[in-house]
Ligand binder design. Structure first.
Ligand code: AQP
Length: 335
């Protein structure tokens, strides 16, 4: 058996619904790099999913391309990982429709993300927001993925994907591999700098709360200077009483590799001002190479075009095999 046949396949996507943040990097993308030799990895820009919330077209296009450049700048090698735009592989939309017909109204109604998102977008509760998990099932099942990395908020969707796949297989035989949720090595959970009770988020956080991968050093320093802390002055890890400081310690630890004890010792007897400055500087240095590399890549449109074309071709090859099998089982006349 050669090496590629034994590798497990893994798939993950991020919606280009906001600029990637320090949270996206430390919580997810940084860990992706470590998997590229052990797994057969597919990473996509989930542009189809992003339009369940209204997007400005020019911003969506810019962010989608930036996301591709940032994936590469964060270290993902396009030779080892399949990188593509979801909308470039039409099989997602096609299988998405089929999945819609095998997902039950009751199941979709129970998805907590639908409830959350509809509460936040009360003026635009569209059908796509409701059937989002059917498209997500298609994303996963098209590639016969063994593993799907999941955070808390997506667990329910992977469970639903498994249920739909089992239902389909139950009628038509072994068409889909039943994917397992993969609990990634815990990346740091990064909280908003403006509100340490809430996650730093690319589409929901206010500007003062999130650090984006392309932010300029002076802007990063300003954000950390204004980060919400408490009225104490001791740098101590206490995620209950000192949420703001603990979040900054998390970030500093992730950026420098220092332990909480080492950080507490380093800042003993010094004020928050010194500490915030040090955290800001460590993040500037952490993100500098990513921003510089992404900027270089964004200036080379031909290269990005080549990467996403090749990625879409590789992805479509696998996706088409699954889709053909599905269409045949359903009784569609062969093209
Ligand atoms: N703050 C964070 N800390 C740790 N991990 C994070 N991730 C995101 N933010 C943090 C991880 O990144 C991956 C992609 O997550 P996401 O696309 O759901 O990111 P988001 O910023 O939270 O997105 P939003 O604001 O909810 O926008 P929409 O709904 O439009 O995509 C995941 O692995 C996540 O754990």
């Amino acid at each position: 058996m050669n090496e590629t046949t034994v590798k497990k396949r893994m798939l993950s996507g991020i919606k280009p619904s906001g600029d990637l943040t320090l949270g996206s990097y430390l919580g997810a993308i940084r860990n992706w790099k470590e998997r590229e030799d052990a797994f057969d990895c597919y990473y996509f820009m989930a542009d189809l999913h992003s339009i369940t919330v209204r997007q400005n077209p020019a911003d969506l296009r810019r962010r989608s391309l930036e996301q591709l450049a940032q994936y590469i700048a964060c270290g993902l090698d396009p030779e080892k990982n399949v990188l593509f735009f979801q909308s470039h592989v039409h099989q997602h939309a096609e299988l998405g429709w089929v999945m819609n017909c095998y997902a039950m109204f009751g199941e979709l109604s129970r998805m907590t993300q639908f409830k959350d998102k509809s509460a936040k977008n009360a003026e635009n509760i569209n059908g796509g927001l409701f059937t989002y998990p059917a498209l997500m099932a298609a994303d996963i099942l098209l590639y016969q993925a063994d593993l799907v990395p999941v955070g808390e908020d997506q667990k329910q969707h992977v469970e639903l994907t498994r249920d739909i796949a089992k239902r389909f297989n139950g009628v038509y035989g072994d068409v889909f591999k039943i994917p397992e949720p993969y609990i990634p090595k815990v990346g740091a959970r990064i909280m908003s700098l403006a509100n340490p009770e809430a996650k730093m988020s690319k589409s929901e956080d206010e500007d003062a709360g999130r650090v984006c991968l392309m932010d300029r050093p002076e802007d990063i320093m300003r954000l950390f200077k204004r980060a919400v802390t408490d009225c104490d002055s001791v740098v101590r890890y206490d995620p209950v009483e000192k949420k703001g400081i603990s979040n900054l310690m998390n970030i500093y630890s992730a950026a420098t590799g220092r332990s909480f004890e080492q950080i507490e010792a380093e800042f003993a007897g010094r004020g928050y001002g010194d500490f915030k400055k040090a955290v800001g500087e460590s993040v500037v240095e952490l993100l500098r190479p990513i921003r510089e590399e992404a900027t270089k890549l964004l200036a080379d449109k031909a290269y990005l075009q080549k990467v996403c074309e090749e990625g879409a071709q590789k992805a479509a090859y696998v996706a088409e095999k699954t889709l053909r099998k599905v269409y045949k089982k359903l009784g569609f006349v062969a093209r």
